[in-house]
Design a protein around this ligand. Structure first.
Ligand code: NAD
Ligand code: IPM
Ligand code: MN
Length: 341
């Protein structure tokens, strides 16, 4: 029996996870779901912690995690995300943040030029280091002399394994994105590993871009890119851009993977969308396709393919939520996808 830990989270998280679960259940696979409904901002606010050590131990023993989104306007500091999402990424060593972006339907591209719409790339984001590591501090807080420091951590281990992973999944090419013209030491470390890895893969096309130029070039012609590898914060930003170029944040998927064991936490790229939460209009496709990616990686490629085809059909028919130009609600889109299955 395969056990999946389910963390719906906050805002639209529970709304879209419900549709993902109903869709997976409709496939009739031998899966067991262990729900962690209490892992949310409400629990964090009332108890000071949302994901307990006991929860963490149970999650570690499952075969994979499906997460909606976490975040709440009342929690402006990083402690909450750090104790749930970032804790899972860091403590389970899910060092690859795999964020594919493939245009789902020509109609959904924001780009004018037809020849430049067919984006089909993957952002491989380093997921355990960089500015997210939480190393730093504050001196003289809340005084006019306040000094804060957030260190960007780049290790030989972390940088080499993410670059190697990027090469391992490339079909045509790998583009490394950094800011090594401004960031002194980490920049050099990434550049060195990048050149060494490129030399080991002469059959793949390689290129390098500074992150500022990369966002410009991605909008100019996203069809040029296959795998893009970047550090944690650059990968975060680049993957919202590639998401939108591929049809919208509501459709984008991700897997947080330990490249050695294959353990994964699957989640849509989007957040809790407080502006539309509770209205029943959130697009469930990102969560549904993230679940399909999970199924594929757990050995159910055929069923994952069927879900993807059902999603394509529903989009083609215009049976979508308002973000994709339709008039349906979250549940209607989920039901339409299941009907197409
Ligand atoms: P967001 O992704 O929640 O929303 C950005 C915009 O996209 C909003 O206008 C929203 O309505 C729209 N959108 C997002 N998902 C959508 C969907 N499924 N259907 C239709 N429209 C959708 O980003 P934000 O507003 O910057 O962040 C809101 C909260 O979510 C914050 O607390 C943030 O920290 C958190 N967040 C969590 C995750 C995560 O858990 N992985 C990811 C991103 C942001
Ligand atoms: C994401 C989110 C998170 C991140 C936030 C919620 C900490 O934006 O998954 O992309 O920056 O990694
Ligand atoms: Mn993000």
């Amino acid at each position: 029996m395969t056990t999946i830990a389910v963390i719906p989270g906050d805002g639209i998280g529970p709304e879209v996870v419900e549709q993902a679960l109903d869709t997976v259940e409709a496939l009739g696979l031998d899966l067991d779901f262990e729900r962690f409904d209490h892992v949310n901002a409400e629990t964090f606010l009332s108890e000071g912690t949302a994901l307990s050590d006991a929860d963490f131990d149970r999650i570690r023993k499952t075969d994979g995690v499906l997460l909606g989104a976490v975040g709440d306007a009342r929690l402006t500091h990083t402690d909450y995300a750090r104790s749930v999402l970032l804790r899972l990424r860091f403590d389970l060593d899910l060092y690859v943040n795999y964020r594919p972006a493939k245009l789902l339907n020509d109609r959904l591209s924001p780009l004018r030029d037809e020849t430049r719409r067919a984006i089909d790339c993957v952002v491989v984001r380093e997921n355990t280091e960089g500015l997210y590591a939480g190393v730093g501090g504050v001196l003289r807080p809340e005084t006019p002399y306040e000094m804060t420091m957030d260190a960007e951590i780049n290790t030989h281990h972390g940088v080499s394994r993410i670059i190697d992973y990027a090469f391992s999944i490339a079909r045509r090419s790998v583009c490394m994105v950094d800011k090594s013209n401004a960031v002194r030491f980490g920049g050099r470390l990434w550049q060195r590993h990048w050149r060494e890895a490129a030399d080991r893969h002469p059959h793949l096309e390689t290129s390098h871009l500074y992150v500022d130029a990369a966002v410009m070039k991605l909008v100019e012609d996203p069809t040029r890119y296959d795998v893009i590898v970047a550090n944690n914060s650059h990968g975060d930003i680049l993957s919202d851009l590639t998401s939108q170029l591929a049809g919208g944040l509501g459709t984008s998927i991700s897997a947080n993977i330990n490249g050695d064991t294959g353990f994964g936490l699957y989640e849509p790229v989007h957040g809790t969308a407080p502006d539309i939460a509770g209205q029943g209009v959130a697009n469930p496709i990102g969560a549904i396709l993230s679940a399909a990616l999970m199924l594929e990686r757990l050995g159910h490629a055929e069923q994952a393919g069927a879900v993807r085809r059902a999603v394509d059909e529903v989009i083609e028919a215009g049976r979508t939520t308002p973000d994709l130009g339709g008039t349906l609600g979250t549940r209607d889109v989920g039901a339409a996808i299941r009907a197409a299955l």
